[in-house]
Design a protein around this ligand. Structure first.
Ligand code: GAR
Length: 207
């Protein structure tokens, strides 16, 4: 069976592109149906064009209420008939209604070792700034299912990197971005082959 995938992004879109190229290169049993982008000027939209993937803009600020925003997201997702949703640098809150309808079928990557350095407002560069300011010796990346709280759902995979004494937020971001791509692609493979089982907060890999 081939999975229908949707992607949610807000920015550059390199994560989105890497996942789509992994599907294509490895001929994984999945198809990228839709990119939903929260910003019309995001480069992710250009990448979708180049990759031949339909994109839609759904931005929280275009709606009066959280409910209307959730309804628009759900409408786009239902129309795509997606089975699984990958967040790829998506900076808006995923509404509860969407989480409920796609329970354990929304995946996110966060550029730190959760539960540290996550939560509201913790994304991209801000995460690496906070890690360095705190004096942490390790950071890394976490792939997890999305639940009703920011950066909180069951953890699927994590990989650590050392924080070097001379690291800047930029150098740390760069090192983490390199491992993020492989880590996320690994989870994509497992999902495509239906090798993940979720039970409460525990995620197990099936043989
Ligand atoms: C990635 O580093 C991802 O981990 C991070 O945004 C970047 C997106 O890069 N996501 C978060 O911080 C989510 N809390 P991209 O736009 O080039 O794919």
């Amino acid at each position: 069976m081939s999975l229908r995938l949707a992607f949610l992004a807000s920015g550059n879109g390199s994560t989105f592109q890497h996942l789509v190229e992994t599907i294509q290169l490895e001929k994984l049993p999945a198809h990228a149906e839709l990119l939903i982008c929260s910003r019309p000027d995001a480069f992710a939209v250009e990448r979708a064009k180049t990759l031949g993937i339909r994109s839609e803009i759904v931005s929280r600020k275009d709606f009066d209420s959280l409910e209307d925003h959730a309804a628009a997201l759900l409408h786009a997702l239902r129309e795509s008939r997606c089975d699984v949703i990958f967040l790829a640098g998506y900076l808006e809150f995923v509404p509860t209604q969407v989480v409920e309808e796609f329970r354990d079928r929304i995946v996110n990557i966060h550029p730190a070792l959760l539960p540290a350095f996550g939560g509201k407002g913790m994304y991209g560069h801000r995460v690496h700034e906070a890690v360095i300011a705190y004096g942490a010796r390790v950071s890394g990346a976490t792939v997890h299912f999305v639940d009703e709280h920011y950066d909180h759902g069951p953890i699927i995979a994590q990989q650590a990197v050392a924080v070097r004494p001379d690291d800047t937020p930029d150098s740390l971001a760069q090192r983490i971005q390199t491992i993020e791509k492989n880590l996320y692609a690994g989870v994509l493979r497992l999902i495509c082959k239906e090798k993940l089982k979720v039970s409460g907060r525990k995620v197990t890999f099936l043989p």
